[in-house]
Each structure stands twice: as C-alpha cells, then as structure tokens.
Design a protein around this ligand. Structure first.
Ligand SMILES: *Cc1c(COP(=O)(O)O)cnc(C)c1O
Length: 412
C-alpha cells in the first residue's frame, strides 16, 4: 500500500482557460506528469463541440462515434464518456476486444465491430458483450446464422456491402440476394446496412455518386433497416451520403476532413515534448545520427524527450536527412512563441530542435515544445512526416502523459 508508486500518483491540477473555468474531466491516464517525456492534452469541450457540429452537419441522421484503435490513440476511457455526455449512442470499433472495452464504459450503447467474424469461436464474445458484428462475407453470415441457431434467436448484426472500394463487404449482387433469403428465413436480424466511401475527401470524385447510387439500390431491398455510409469527409459531402447514421472518426479528434469548411473542426489534441537538455553548438558542427544536419550558424539546440517510439515519425526528420522528397524542410515544433525546425534525424526517444531564434535562455530544460496543437496543425505535422493525421494520432503509443481538460458543466 505504501509503494513508491502511490507517493507519486498525480494530483489533479486546475487549469484556467480564458474566462471559462476548466477542471479535470478525468484524472490523468498514462505516464505520471512529472516523469513523462511527452504530454498529450486532450480538450474535452473541443471534442464534444466537434461531435455536436458533426451531428448538426449530419442533418436528420444520427452521428455515431468511431472509436477504433483506442479512439484514434487518444484513449477510449477519455473519449467514450465525453461522447456519451454529448449525446452519442452508437459506436464503431475495428475489433471485438475494442468493443468489449467500450461496453464497460457504455452500458446501453449500440457497439458495431467492423472486422467481421474471423472464426465461429469468435461469435460468443459478441453476444456476451452485446456487440453487433458487421458481417462482411458469406462466411461471416453463415457463422452468425449458426450462432443465432445455437442461441435460439435472431441476434442483431450489420450487413456491409462493398459499393466500389474493394475492401470489406458483400458484392452488391450478393447483398441484394441475401436480402431476399433472410426475408424468408429471418435467421439473423440486420439492424444496419452499411457501406464505405473510397474518395469522400475528394468531393468531386465521380466514384462518390456511383457508390451512393448503388447503396440506395441495396437499401431498398432491405426495407426499413437503417443505413450508414458517411465517414467524416462523407458528412461534408452533403445530403446524399448521410442516410440514417453517419460514422465520423478523425474529425471528432481534430483532423480536417476537407479544407476550407465553413464551420471549422476544433483542434482536440496538443502533443508536447519535454526539453531534456539545451546545448550550444558552433557553426560547421553536425547533429544527430549520421551527422545529417550540418549547422550553418552557431545554434542553440533543445533536446526534446519524444521520438519515433512515441509516434513522432522518423520521416519528420529535419532538413538534409534523405528520407523523402515531399517536405524537404522536415517537421516543426513551437516554443517560446516561435516555430522551430527539427534538426537532423528524429531518434527513438529524442528529437532535436533548433531554438536559436527564440533568443538566449528562452527555452529551458523542463519546458515543453509543441509538436502539434493550436500552433502546429495536426494535419501539417502529419504532412511533414509524409503521412496523414490518422496515422500520426494512432501511432502515439503508451509513453505519453494524457492530460485531460474538460468543462465542469459538461460533466455527465
Ligand atoms: C475508420 C472508419 C470510419 C471513420 O472514418 P474517418 O475518416 O476517420 O471519419 C468510418 N467507417 C469505417 C468503415 C471505417 O473503417
């Protein structure tokens, strides 16, 4: 009981933000704030505002919350209660174990599992936790029909039809055929018909219209079953792709599904790295592995305690590191009111920043450098590493302190 761990348990600090009094929504999760190399600040009011905005933009459709991959790396124990408090009643995860974890947080929600049934022995886990399998193949359907037979009742499920992405789902023909068969046998109880858009982030792409038209045809065959097609970008496509239930993920967490939208998505996550050391290096010297960065001036380097093991991708290494051509200048951080470039290679646990322009003594050990957040957009940080916001968030890993701020009045 008197272990060292209990004496270093985080206290619950209070934060002030403008005129709004903000307090902790949850206590911390992840690493102890005094010991962690990186800090993720998760803005619960922004997350809830994004959910409400996506609900508004979904028109008459309900908005679900896509919380697969530990809520895109933010932590389901943080995200699910906030989405519930904002009125979300439907969740999507990729794998059944993610669904079981969501069920512990959301006793009454509909929880859909996208992966399908890998084997017959998987089915009892679904009914046990009242998870709704998304059936993607004839084999999935056969497994679920057999399981319903054993249970003695038609259990809810979703039917996934592939309308042009060529990833998961029944063909349109097979989905139409199965609608007739199940109407006769009633072996399973489809509660949702779904499909996924391949090019929703390109609003003018002709495949969008084609997929929507095919999906409408299948939907007619399933009578009153609810239908779902739109991911975050699909919500911004307008009426046509919304159907009964939308499935936003990345936009909840602050990713911009389309640029220049009238009502902007709010940033939700700020990632910051602790400064472990400041060093002063002469022009002509080199920095980080391989000596890839040659310093062209006397340089102040901040050594920050986050690296690629934390999902700060090596491909965001600084100028001169020959990893990729798309963004030659590499990633930037933000500290002391300035953008500061990554210097040389990002390493496993440490990243160097050129903080010379911040002025002498402006950055000190123990300070935090923003990697993305209000000053470095999430999508920019991802682009600088040759990737997308989804991959950046879902790569964050376990070593971060997760610091959660939430408006008191929004508490459930
Ligand atoms: C991940 C996923 C979503 C959410 O997509 P975003 O682009 O993050 O909004 C929706 N539907 C399916 C089938 C998915 O796999």
């Amino acid at each position: 009981a008197n272990s060292p761990a209990s004496s270093i348990l985080p206290r619950t600090p209070t934060c002030l933000n403008g005129s709004n009094k903000l307090t902790e929504f949850h206590s911390h999760s992840g690493a102890d704030p005094r010991l962690a190399g990186g800090r993720l600040t998760i803005d619960i009011p922004a997350l809830m505002a994004n959910y409400r905005l996506l609900g508004e933009l979904s028109g008459g459709a309900r908005a679900a919350g896509v919380v697969k991959a530990n809520a895109y790396g933010l932590g389901i124990e943080i995200v699910v209660p906030a989405l519930l408090a904002a009125g979300c009643e439907d969740f999507f995860v990729a794998l059944p174990e993610e669904g079981i974890a969501v069920r512990k947080l959301a006793a009454d929600a509909q929880i859909f599992v996208l992966a399908g049934l890998f084997e017959a022995e998987a089915a009892p886990f679904y009914s046990e936790a009242r998870l709704i399998p998304v059936l993607n193949t004839e084999r999935d359907i056969a497994i679920w029909e057999a399981h319903c037979g054993v249970e003695g009742r038609a259990l809810p499920c979703a039917i996934h039809v592939d309308t042009g992405m060529n990833r998961l789902g029944l063909t349109v023909e097979r989905a139409l055929g199965y609608a007739r068969e199940n109407a006769l046998t009633r072996a399973i109880e489809p509660v949702l018909l779904m499909s996924h858009l391949a090019c929703a982030d390109e609003p003018m792409h002709p495949l969008n219209r084609k997929q929507v038209e095919l999906f409408r045809r299948v939907r007619e065959a399933y009578g009153g079953v609810e239908a779902s097609m739109a991911n975050s970008a699909g919500v911004f496509l307008g009426d046509s792709a919304r159907f009964d239930l939308t499935r936003p993920g990345i936009a909840l967490y602050g990713g911009q599904p389309v640029s220049g939208a009238a009502k902007p998505i709010r940033p939700v996550v700020t990632a910051e790295a602790r400064v472990a050391q400041i060093r002063y290096v002469r022009a002509g010297e080199r920095a980080s592995y391989g000596g890839a960065a040659t310093l062209t001036r006397d340089t102040t380097i901040a050594v920050a305690a986050v690296g690629y093991a934390d999902g700060y991708h090596r491909s965001g290494s600084g100028a001169g590191v020959p990893l990729r051509a798309a963004v030659p200048q590499g990633a930037h951080g933000f500290v002391a009111g300035r953008r500061v470039p990554v210097l040389g290679r990002v390493t496993m646990d440490l990243t160097l920043f050129d903080v010379t322009d911040c002025g002498p003594d402006a950055v000190q050990p123990g300070d935090h450098i923003e990697l993305f957040g209000p000053n470095i957009p999430l999508d920019e940080a991802a682009h600088a590493a040759g990737t997308i916001a989804y991959e950046l968030l879902t790569s964050l890993g376990r070593r971060w302190q997760r610091h959660v701020i939430g408006a008191e009045e929004d508490r459930a």
